[in-house]
Design a binder for this molecule. Structure first.
Ligand code: FES
Length: 181
């Protein structure tokens, strides 16, 4: 009859096989944990970048838009329509805008907003049956000079667009307070 002897570790000693298992487990934990974290972390950081990116971008409303040829502009205000691209956070839009563009006696090209300063209706230039050489608002009868100065009903002049001339074209930028009156 054979005799199996089991060697018990003396106090303070760890079994050698136990030590090897622990080391292997720790190694796998570190390796898999690190790789997993890397694989999860990269897409997370990448997607987070796109998520917060619009917040870091300034609203893109300061761009100038080509609206007309300089040769089209006369001393009589002419109505032009154009579209602007607006990015506000995650929201993208392309609203249609309008401007009354004219050439002043000194040759300066300027552009007025058609939005009435009373309650926001759209003004027209010298519509039939109303004063010639004035802007008129059909909602409550506001009137403005050719430079946009208020004459009746409204309490402020028509706003102006920033204007840039380049290569024979008129570009319009952001709306600003009227500087002509
Ligand atoms: S909105 Fe133009 S007059 Fe009232």
């Amino acid at each position: 009859m054979s005799e199996h002897t089991i060697q018990h570790p003396t106090e303070g000693q760890q079994p050698k096989t136990k030590m090897r298992e622990m080391s292997r487990r720790q190694f796998l934990n570190y390796t898999l944990g690190g790789t997993g974290g890397f694989l999860i972390g990269i897409p997370l950081v990448w997607n987070l970048r796109f998520a917060i990116d619009p917040l870091l971008q300034a609203k893109s409303q300061s761009n100038f838009v080509k609206v007309a040829e300089v040769s089209e502009i006369t001393s009589t205000p002419t109505r032009f329509k154009f579209q602007v691209e607006q990015v506000d956070g995650w929201y993208y839009s392309k609203p249609e805008m309008e401007a009354w563009i004219a050439k002043a006696p000194d040759g300066t090209i300027y552009a007025l907003s058609p939005k009435c300063k009373h309650l926001g209706c759209v003004v027209s230039w010298a519509p039939e049956g109303h004063a010639p050489n004035e802007f008129y608002c059909p909602c409550h009868g506001a009137r403005y000079t050719i430079d946009g100065k208020e004459l009746a009903v409204a309490s402020a002049p028509l706003d102006e667009y920033e204007v840039k001339l380049q290569d024979g074209f008129v570009y319009l930028g952001p709306i600003k307070a009227n500087t002509r009156v």
